[in-house]
Design a protein around this ligand. Structure first.
Ligand SMILES: Nc1ncnc2c1ncn2[C@@H]1O[C@H](COP(=O)(O)OP(=O)(O)OP(=O)(O)O)[C@@H](O)[C@H]1O
Ligand SMILES: [Mg+2]
Length: 466
């Protein structure tokens, strides 16, 4: 990826030698003796940086910079000032110069600053693109965020299932969004006119669970002073969300099964039956099939459709967008401006294994936004809600670890790591099928082969052995 630079200096010798140096350093240089000409040819979409002399006959460097910023405020401008001109340097920074460098300067110093400026501009542009992307999202895309192929498939699946009557079980690790998916299933169906009623099966004491679900009449048991409507009745015409269903006691499982089959419930202490018609969406962290403490007849009644939400580490390409999403919410709530992520921050997001999934990422995003001092690697090392668990396994058993040392990896290396990770994730999802990989990544076979060779990725490692 070449970095573009526009160089403006009216002194021919200086201009030519500087341009030559930049070319040696790998920049793509356009040089101008006249700042007005540079301005005329400058596009708003320019994605590099500008280096300009201050003293020039047509307009001075400060004026030039301000006109550049009228085109795009994000373009970094480095000004070359006379030696010891402190006033000028101060003014330059106040007016929005990215940096100023005193003449005569060390070429290495200038090229190093320039490459940082280009990097920063690129990140800003990517960040703006993310913002625009987020702002343009609507409907379920704005609720269930993610650009990865599994998230796109998940949203499509939800929209297909929303208006059916079948029961659904949602499987996924903690914090992957099971409840959010259940809400979407409700929201995008005709049932949204009625209630979405969540109930966490593991949070209710065993002796109260029946009355929670089915309600009771006054005097049904000691302490039952008033008649109470149960969750099933509240959810009539809507959606009942049975969270952590794997923890439901067996004796209640029988009753739920009966209520669903007959579409009738009986409040405790009453022998009158009430008709209820609702959709059940259940969530489980464990497989329910052949589960020792889960009735298989209820399993078959509930598990008509299944939704699997992959853990965040298998779709880590969603992390930056989710992070930006939560930054937007926090900044709006607290009237702050968002912090721009450095490339180290982004690579920390992409390399972490996220054992607490989206919930953990959300916590990190909130803390990052509210605390200007800490970068993402610091926050991850400090431990988010998962007690700082830094290592976890990916689907194919590969250990991912946090980039905790804040080493500034060169950009090209970070991009390569990210790309390699994307390919590995996609291979794991498709059981090593190159054909499906080509479709998902929309790349020709030759490019995929080249990249896999370059990153030493072995397809065989992703073909499931079972
Ligand atoms: N794709 C997503 N887009 C936006 N927010 C998400 C996404 N996935 C999860 N979240 C958010 O992450 C948090 C955790 O999600 P949720 O409570 O649905 O997870 P869960 O799977 O039910 O977790 P648990 O098993 O621990 O109950 C919520 O604040 C939810 O809004
Ligand atoms: Mg939940």
């Amino acid at each position: 990826m070449s970095m573009k630079v526009i160089l403006v200096d009216d002194e021919r010798l200086v201009r030519e030698s500087t341009a030559q140096w930049f070319t040696i350093c790998g920049f793509e240089v356009s040089s101008y003796s006249d700042p007005l000409k540079a301005l005329a040819e400058l596009s708003e979409d320019f994605d590099g940086a500008i280096v300009s002399d201050v003293l020039m006959p047509q307009i001075d460097g400060l004026e030039f910079m301000q006109r550049v910023h009228q085109k795009s405020a994000d373009i970094p401008v480095i000004l070359l000032t006379g030696h010891g001109d402190v006033d000028m340097a101060t003014r330059a920074m106040k007016l929005g110069a990215y940096d100023f460098i005193e003449k005569p300067y060390l070429p290495e110093r200038l090229s190093e600053r320039l490459s940082r400026a280009c990097d920063k501009h690129r990140l800003l542009r990517e960040n703006n693109k993310l913002h625009q992307h987020l702002a343009s999202l609507q409907g379920i895309e704005a609720t269930l965020i993610g650009i990865s192929a599994p998230m796109q498939r998940l949203r499509a699946q939800i929209m297909r299932l929303a208006n059916l009557d079948t029961s659904i079980v949602i499987y996924g690790e903690t914090g992957t969004g099971k409840e959010l998916v259940a809400q979407c299933l409700h929201e995008y169906s005709e049932r949204q006119k009625n209630n979405f009623v969540p109930i966490n099966c593991s949070a209710i004491p065993e002796n109260l669970i029946e009355s929670e679900l089915f309600g009771h009449e006054a005097g049904a048991f000691s302490g039952a002073n008033q008649r109470r409507i149960g969750k099933f009745e509240y959810a009539d015409g809507g959606t009942l969300f049975l969270d952590e269903i794997e923890t439901m006691p067996m004796f209640v499982q029988v009753k739920i099964l009966r209520a669903l089959q007959d579409e009738l419930i009986e409040r405790l202490g009453s022998n009158k039956q009430h008709k209820v018609k609702l959709r059940v969406v259940a969530a489980s962290k464990e497989a329910l099939r052949d589960h020792a403490s889960f009735r298989q007849d209820l399993y078959y009644r509930l598990n008509v459709s299944e939704i699997h939400i992959p853990p965040l580490r298998e779709r880590v390409e969603d992390a930056p967008l989710l992070f930006d999403h939560y930054q937007r919410i926090v900044t709006a709530d607290h009237n702050l401006s968002p912090r721009v992520l450095s490339s180290e921050d982004i690579s920390a997001l992409l390399q972490y294994s996220w054992p607490g999934n989206v919930r953990e990422l959300k916590n990190i995003a909130v803390r990052f936004t509210l605390d200007n001092e800490q970068n993402i690697a610091d926050l991850l090392q400090g431990g988010s809600q998962q007690g700082g668990e830094a290592l976890d396994k990916t689907a194919n058993g590969e250990a991912l670890s946090v980039n905790t040392q804040n080493t500034a990896q060169p950009l090209a290396e970070q991009v390569a790591n990210f790309e390699a990770q994307l390919i590995k994730n996609a291979l794991a999802r498709h059981n090593g099928s190159i054909k499906e990989l080509m479709q998902e990544l929309d790349l020709p076979r030759r490019t995929i082969n080249e990249k896999m060779a370059r990153y030493a990725i072995n397809r065989g490692d992703y073909v499931s052995k079972s």
